[in-house]
Design a protein around this ligand. Structure first.
Ligand code: UGA
Length: 441
């Protein structure tokens, strides 16, 4: 099938590549000329395991094209995806300007019937706005061409995006047009083997499904962080509590890890946007508000532990920081907890020596050159001259450090473990002070 995808960000690029991988003929459009040129030369602008070889192979096989020529790309696809960004505007609502600009472009250029598919995370009701924008442009040029607007939200996780896309646990198709649903079922048939993964519903339910999924996951995390804080106060260990509740299948083992707060481009933005949508419809979403405020507080928790250890005297101390990305296997630092921590450390007059396996260039871009930050090339290099260690991102390579070596390197011998990677007894046995999340025992 011939497919067009607007937007070569995480969602657009991964979706386009996976659709090409199963044999579709995919044209990816982006307004960023440099990015398109790069992609045509095999330069993948994001770090995503497995993506680069797949982009190169499908590009070389002639099934994956990158272009800035929107009109030509619209002529190419019988299915046209919108996968551009929806950044939050000042009040936390999702800003639809890019999505609607693409809709207008489609309206200006389609010459034959097409199915337009919204893959960006967009508020309930956006499909109607996209439909209206396309119809307006068609009317403006006096054209009568049939088209359908479908909601088909994406559930991929950064760091595991290719796998999520190739082996989706569900494919949500929101449309009341039987013909459009049929077309998407054909498109997704290669991903829908062995058992049925496609869930067909109305457009608005599909739009809300995406927000509900992310809000539920964010809620689980904030819930666990809240219980962790209570555990710390009452002298319990959240890691024991986690194991005690996860075995109940109604609760489950996934997404109940307490930590330094959730970050990334999705949870913070989507929880906020869903809350705004509710408000715009006259409903105050109390639970979502708490999910957000618990997370905000949690991002400051590591610093609180540090201050407690030092009795507030953090000025002049040097902290080794392991992990800057908002989670492992990505270089993405959007809304990362590390950013709050570094800011707090700097404001308190501390120095930072940070190491992240992938996010170094992102950190350089975000923080620029500053006297109180040294970006290091290895985890152990970050320890040189440091007083204490703070672990912010749970990269696998941080899981089993040599604690004796840590004890030697860290002048004040303290570890602040923002992801509960270590066993307090093991750390303390090496002569180090241990602080985790919710480990009050
Ligand atoms: C999230 C969802 O997991 C995807 O299903 C969704 O498609 C995506 O958003 C999106 O809307 O595009 P992502 O933002 O890549 O994916 O990251 P997650 O793996 O969900 O992690 C989010 C944050 O939660 C990270 O900061 C992570 O450290 C934190 N987290 C996760 C916890 O603190 N505890 C946990 O138990 C799990």
């Amino acid at each position: 099938m011939r497919v067009t995808i607007f937007g070569t960000g995480y969602v657009g690029l991964v979706t386009g590549t996976c659709l090409a991988e199963v044999g579709h003929d995919v044209a990816c459009v982006d307004i960023d000329q440099a990015k398109v040129e790069g992609l045509n030369n095999g330069l993948v602008p994001i770090y995503e395991p497995g993506l680069e070889p797949m982009v190169k192979a499908n590009h070389a096989a002639g099934r994956l094209h990158f272009t800035t020529d929107a009109a030509a790309a619209i002529g190419h696809g019988e299915v046209i995806f919108i996968a551009v960004g929806t950044p939050p505007d000042e009040d936390g609502s999702a800003d639809l300007k890019y999505v609607l600009a693409v809709a207008r472009t489609i309206g200006r250029h389609i010459e034959r019937p097409a199915v337009v598919v919204n893959k960006s995370t967009v508020p309930v009701g956006t499909a109607d706005k996209v439909r209206a924008a396309i119809a307006e442009e068609l009317a403006a040029r006096g054209a009568v061409i049939g088209f359908e607007v479908v909601s088909n939200p994406e559930f991929l996780k950064e760091g595991d995006a290719v796998n999520d896309c190739m082996r989706p646990d569900r494919i949500v198709i929101g449309s009341s047009s039987a013909a459009a649903v049929e077309k998407l079922k054909r498109l997704y048939a290669p991903f829908n083997r062995n058992h049925e993964r496609i869930v067909v519903m109305d457009v608005r339910s599909a739009e809300l499904t995406k927000y509900a999924a992310n809000a539920m996951l964010a809620t689980k995390i904030s819930f666990m962080n809240e219980i962790a804080n209570i555990a710390e106060k009452v002298g319990a260990d959240i890691e024991m509590v986690r194991q005690g509740i996860g075995s109940d299948p109604r609760i489950g083992w996934h997404f109940i890890y307490p930590g330094a707060g959730y970050g990334g481009s999705c949870f913070p933005k989507d929880v906020q946007a869903l809350r705004r949508t509710a408000e715009q419809h006259g409903y105050r979403a109390e639970l979502l508000g708490s999910v957000e405020s618990v997370n905000e507080r949690q991002k400051g928790h590591l610093f609180e532990l540090i201050q407690r250890h030092y009795g507030g005297a953090v000025r002049g101390k040097t902290f080794a920081v392991w992990g800057l990305a908002f989670k492992p296997n990505t270089d993405d630092m959007r809304e990362a907890s590390s950013r709050r921590l570094l800011q707090q450390l700097w404001e308190a007059g501390a120095q930072v020596r940070a190491y992240d396996p992938e996010a170094r260039h992102e950190a350089e871009r975000i923080f620029g050159a500053r006297d109180d930050l040294v970006l290091c090339d290895s985890a152990y290099q970050a320890l040189a001259g440091a007083d204490a260690l703070v672990v912010v991102t749970e990269w696998k390579q941080f899981r089993s450090p040599d604690f004796a070596r840590l004890r030697q390197a860290l002048a004040d011998g303290a570890i602040f473990d923002g992801r509960n990677l270590y066993h307090p007894d093991e750390v303390e046995a090496a002569g180090l002070a241990y602080y985790g999340i919710g480990r009050g025992r």
